[in-house]
Design a protein around this ligand. Sequence first.
Ligand SMILES: [Zn+2]
Length: 273
Amino acid sequence: SNVRCVFESVSNGLRADHGEDGKENKFILELQDLLTTVNNNLRDVENAVSNLTPPPGAFSLGNTTYLGQETTQERQALYGQLVNSYKWTDKIREYSALAGNILATNSFNKTYKTFSTTKRRKTQTSNHNVSPEVIENLITSIDRLFPDVTITANRPFLPNPVIQACLGRVLKAIIAFKGLMIEWVVVKALSESNDLWAESRYKVFRKVTENCHAAMCHFHSPMMPELAVRSFMHWFHSYNTLFSAPCKRCGNHLLGNLPPTWRDLRTLEPYHE
Ligand SMILES: [Zn+2]
């Protein structure tokens, strides 16, 4: 190396190849050359170092860092997993924010706007993890909105309540909420059980159940979950004429022994399927 050359030169002192004339000067010049090389190399290293970006420090997650100082092996491993999952959720949040922005610019305006003008709510940060009071308020307000819909809940004030909505004396729907979102609907005759997972034994109510699922997906709106539920209930309410309104297309009450089981999502007009 260059540094070794310098010290070799110094330790050897004057050598025979320096000759006799001005040998001290030649020796000093040689030494200066060697030192310049060392200096240049050193400057290169310094430049290279200053161009480096400092590596990120150890990932710290508050007090959980102390998990790394646990005595048992398995608990020490926990911190690594914790950091990994933290990075994961961080990425998910980033991606979902991006996706949310993209989706927001392409909104479909599926839900009924008439409701949004009456009450402007700030966007919920989470739709499926809200306090039971918020859901309870929503359900009570829907109950007041439609006088012929009777809503009963077996166990109110739950985070994910299951309610029974009786539509006059026509039918009843068992609706399962996931936070502010409708997760499952089953429509049955009033005399049937409130079992969420058993479908009606009547074909007409099985048809309506299928259509409710379609509407549930149609009205679903992550940005305005309450509006989505209201819009769904508004649509659902139009089934109070299930057995009395004639089909808008053919004008008949029955087609294949079934009443018009479909309700238009916008106009709420009855149609046969
Ligand atoms: Zn028809």
